[in-house]
Structure formats: structure tokens, C-alpha cells
Design a protein around this ligand. Structure first.
Ligand code: AMP
Ligand code: ZN
Length: 523
């Protein structure tokens, strides 16, 4: 075990889905082998995995979340087939350089740059800024119904591990010091380039061409493990003086600290294949002499309306740009419609996020809410699928599970969800108690697998929650008044009240159990 050993963290309990999920293979595309493989965990039935988190210099955008959602789906799918999962995803809260691929003393530190920006004026210092955006990341994480990881380590809280890792690499002859920093010697690791296919003398050369090079580096391809800088806003004392760690060493050190020297799976966006993950492999395997991660999973980039997201094109969306209420500058969209949209494309294909798809998913969510209004959620009882209707729902769920275990085929899993929704809606007002129970079980199982049915209580932006509370109160008062007007046969007043409800974006359904209402998904 490298350095300080493995920090013990408990895996989460097995999902109760294991009851109905038969043993099955979980297949995933492995960037390292360039093929779809059946995941063989090191420890039977226990998946250990690490996914690269964001640099917290600003709000995370929906592209970042596309990659985080892939990790979330790996976790949910593994649990659905009865595995234990230990899942670590980091927060990069020490700024790395804008041209961080290799040491670039003239590149700008992203966090320092953010602090100097207009938004940065709100923060006392760079630590304050990092804390603020870390908290916002976790808020957005919950709003989009991503499961909390087993552990969410922060780079700044793992400096000891990073410095120790660099020291061991020095001791083993994989790293060397210059007057500007400590570098990993690429030639000391013969399989460097295996993950990305960037062999030592083609793309590698290309990548380094644009960046400023430390003239003392032995090879321009060598990457930084430690940067000496006693003027940096965030600095630590190390055997090489004041400075801060290279970006890549952070993930190696934290993954190994929590998951051990050999982990099952490592995930991130496609831009991380090279250099970040390539460098992680080189460092980690040089440190331990063991294979680092067996499966490497990469999510293709998200674009908006066919174009790269950019603030200047006006197509750059953070989660809150979409879900915050309009009074707060957002679009007031149901967060689970956003999540559904992220799921609507396969993670391995470039994804085009469009308002049209989003609108379609707002409608799908309304249909689900219609069902929930009638059958209730969450389920209080144990899950069961009895009778013909139950059996049909169970097989729809298993179809979704089969799709997810087949390289996270989310479009097929969503098609199963929509098929089941249609089947339930067709007899919603005539469901028997057993069918209601089966429907509740199905909603809960589908939610455990895809996370698009029900968001964990309390996962709302403060303003969003306030707005929802206010609406509930206003609608409650109007419905009582409407009931009174109807009892008094005051039809004109009853009509006025209906108009007020419509103006609030609320649709009322009169049912034998009384008036029910739903918010019409807004865009
Ligand atoms: P960063 O904060 O830039 O390190 O990004 C955090 C995560 O989001 C990484 O896994 C990136 O690969 C991923 N990412 C960044 N932009 C996008 C995008 N447009 N689509 C999908 N993933 C992205
Ligand atoms: Zn990383």
C-alpha cells in the first residue's frame, strides 16, 4: 500500500433491488482495451470506482453534469444488480493552470483568475471562492438527483498524500527536480500513451507545442508533479519549498487513499483521456508497481443546439440557469426533466442538448407526476409485482436494467420507462390495490436505476423551495375557496378561481377523492 495506507470507508448497503435483479453481467466500454467488456470486480460483488470531479472556480455547467451523471448511472446500475459500491469523486479546489497539461509558468491559475473577475469581487479570498462553488456544486448535484458519493475528497485536504506520492516517485527515480518544479519523467514509464493512443512521438509532441516549456525539463513531454511558487494564492510547504501540486497527482493520491492501489473503474469526460488520465496511470503505476484502474470510462462532450457551449454564444447553461425560478433569473424547469434530457443520449456519443428535447422531457415528467398524484410516492411497503399487470411492469423494469447493464444504454432504458408510463396511464383511474402496489414498486425501482422519477426530499434551491411552498399555500387556499363557491353554486366565482389557478400555472383535476392539482412544467 502506498504512503499512508488506505483510509477505511464503508461501502453502502446493498440495494433492495437485489431481490428482483437476477445475477447479470455489467458490460461497459473500456477506453483502455477499446472494447466493451464485462466488468470483473477485484472483489466479487463490490465495485470500487473513482470519477474526476470539477475545478470549483465557477458553477458547474450541464456538460460537466453529463459526465457526473454517467458516473451516477454506473453506481445505480451496479447497485441494481446487487453489488456494493464504493465511489469516490473529488473536488479540485486548488487552482490549476489554464494550460495545465505540462508545466506552464505563464499560464493563468483558474481560481486566481476567477477571483479577479467581476463575480470574484464577492469573495474575501480564493479559499472563500472555492468553498462557495463547492457548496453550489453539491446543491446542483442533489437537485439533479445524483446519489451522494461514498466520499468526496478535496485536493486541499489531501496535501500530505500528494507530497508523499511525489516524494516516492522521486525516490524511485520516476521524478526529478528543477528550479521551477518537480516533473514526472515520461520515459521512465514505458507504457505511457497506452490509454490515449498518444505514443511518445506523435500527438504528444503536438500537445506540447503551444505551451511554454521549462528549459530545465529533461524532456518536453514530462509533466509537473509539483510547481514551486511562493507567490501563489494557495501554497503549501514541501521538501521542494513553497508551492502547489500538479493537477494529475491529486486524483492518483486521493483515489488510492480511499480505494486502494488497484481500483476497478475510473471515469471522466473525454477531454480527460489525455493528458489527465494518461498521467494518472503513469504516476500511480510507477508508485505501486501494480495496475491502477482496470476499466476506464469516458463520456463524450455535450453541445448545445449543435454548438460548443460558450458564454458568448448565449448557449452556456449551468444547472441553476435552467431550474431556478424565473424570479431568480432561471427558466423554472423541472430538474428531473433536465436529468432525463441528459439521459436521452448514449454517453459514448456526442450529445446535442436542445430546448426541443428538454420540452419533450418536461411532458414526460408531467405524465409521471400524474401517476404519482394518484398512486403516491414513495412506497411505504415492500416492493412487489403481483398479477398480470405487475408481471408486465416487472418485465419492463428488467428491460431497462438489461439496457443499463449493456454499456449504459440510457435511450433504451428511457424508452422502457415511457412504455411503462403509457401502460399505467391507460388504466390510471381503474387500478386495483395490487396494481397500485405494483405501480409504486415499479416507480421506485425505475427511480433507483435512472433517478428520473423522484428527487430526494430537500434537494431544491432555496428560492425554488420557497417558490414551491408559496405555490402550494396559494393553491391550497384557492381550492378551499373554489370548493365553497361550488357548494354555494356561485359558478362565476368558481370560474374566476379556476382562471387564477391557470394563471399560477396549475391544472386542476376533479376526481372522486376531491380536487387534485399539478404544476404545468414551465419553459
Ligand atoms: P473540469 O471542471 O473542467 O475539470 O470538468 C469536470 C468534468 O466535466 C470532467 O470530467 C470533464 O471531462 C467534464 N466535462 C467538461 N466539459 C464537458 C462537456 N461539455 N461535456 C461533457 N463533459 C464535460
Ligand atoms: Zn481527475
Amino acid at each position: 500500500m502506498f504512503a499512508f495506507g488506505h483510509r477505511k470507508i464503508a461501502g453502502r448497503p446493498r440495494s433492495n433491488l437485489a431481490r428482483i435483479a437476477l445475477e447479470r453481467d455489467f458490460k461497459i466500454y473500456n477506453t483502455l482495451s477499446r472494447s466493451v467488456e464485462s466488468i470483473q470486480t477485484k472483489q466479487k460483488g463490490h465495485l470500487t470506482f473513482y470519477s474526476c470531479g470539477p475545478t470549483v472556480y465557477s458553477y458547474a455547467h450541464i456538460g460537466n453534469f453529463r459526465s457526473f451523471v454517467t458516473a451516477d448511472l454506473i453506481l445505480r446500475t451496479a447497485r441494481a444488480i446487487g453489488w456494493n459500491v464504493t465511489y469516490a469523486t473529488n473536488i479540485t479546489d486548488v487552482g490549476h493552470l489554464t494550460q495545465d497539461d505540462f508545466s506552464d509558468p505563464t499560464g493563468e491559475d483558474r481560481m486566481a483568475k476567477a477571483l479577479r473577475s467581476k463575480e470574484g469581487e464577492a469573495f474575501a479570498n480564493v479559499w472563500d471562492l472555492a468553498r462557495f462553488y463547492s457548496n453550489k456544486l453539491i446543491e446542483d448535484w442533489r437537485i439533479l438527483n445524483l446519489v451522494e458519493p461514498t466520499v468526496r475528497p478535496r485536493a486541499t485536504e489531501h496535501m500530505r498524500e500528494q507530497i508523499a506520492a511525489v516524494q516516492i516517485l522521486m525516490d524511485k527515480g520516476h521524478a526529478y527536480e528543477t528550479s521551477q518544479g518537480v516533473y514526472f519523467s515520461v520515459t521512465s514509464f514505458p507504457s505511457y500513451g497506452q490509454l490515449s493512443g498518444n505514443t511518445l512521438d506523435n500527438e504528444l509532441e503536438q500537445t506540447v507545442r503551444d505551451v511554454v516549456v521549462d528549459s530545465e525539463k529533461r524532456d518536453p513531454r514530462d509533466f509537473a508533479l509539483w510547481k514551486k511558487d511562493d507567490k501563489h494564492l494557495m501554497q503549501w510547504y514541501s521538501p521542494w519549498g513553497w508551492g502547489f501540486p500538479g493537477w494529475h497527482i491529486e486524483c492518483s493520491a486521493m483515489a488510492m487513499a480511499y480505494l486502494g492501489d488497484e481500483i476497478d473503474l475510473h471515469a471522466g469526460g473525454e477531454d480527460l483521456i489525455f493528458p489527465h488520465h494518461e498521467c494518472e496511470i503513469a504516476q500511480s503505476e510507477s508508485l505501486t508497481g501494480k495496475p491502477f484502474a482496470k476499466y476506464w470510462v469516458h463520456t463524450r462532450f455535450l453541445q448545445v443546439e449543435g454548438e460548443k457551449m460558450s458564454k458568448s454564444l448565449g448557449n452556456f447553461f449551468t444547472v441553476r440557469d435552467l431550474v431556478a425560478p424565473s424570479s431568480d433569473g432561471g427558466k423554472g424547469i423541472d430538474p428531473l426533466a433536465v436529468r432525463m434530457t441528459l439521459l436521452s443520449g448514449h454517453y459514448r456519443k456526442p450529445f446535442n442538448f436542445t430546448i426541443k428535447t428538454l420540452k419533450g422531457n418536461v411532458k414526460h415528467r408531467e405524465r409521471l407526476m400524474e401517476i404519482i398524484q394518484v398512486v403516491g410516492y414513495p412506497i411505504n411497503d415492500t416492493r412487489s409485482y403481483e398479477g398480470e399487470f405487475g408481471t408486465a411492469l416487472k418485465s419492463i423494469y428488467l428491460r431497462a436494467l438489461d439496457a443499463m447493464t449493456d454499456d449504459l444504454n440510457t435511450p433504451t432504458a428511457l424508452a422502457a420507462l415511457f412504455g411503462g408510463t403509457k401502460m399505467i396511464l391507460a388504466k390510471l383511474s381503474a387500478l386495483t390495490p395490487a396494481e397500485i402496489h405494483a405501480t409504486q414498486s415499479w416507480l421506485a425501482d425505475m427511480n433507483d436505476l435512472l433517478g428520473v422519477v423522484h428527487v430526494v426530499e430537500g434537494a431544491a434551491l432555496p428560492a425554488q423551495k420557497q417558490e414551491a411552498d408559496d405555490l402550494e399555500h396559494a393553491v391550497g387556499v384557492l381550492l378551499i375557496e373554489r370548493q365553497q363557491a361550488r357548494t354555494d353554486k356561485n359558478w362565476s366565482r368558481a370560474d374566476e378561481i379556476r382562471q387564477s389557478l391557470t394563471a399560477l400555472g396549475v391544472e386542476v383535476m376533479d376526481t372522486p377523492e376531491g380536487a387534485k392539482w399539478k404544476k404545468i412544467g414551465s419553459l
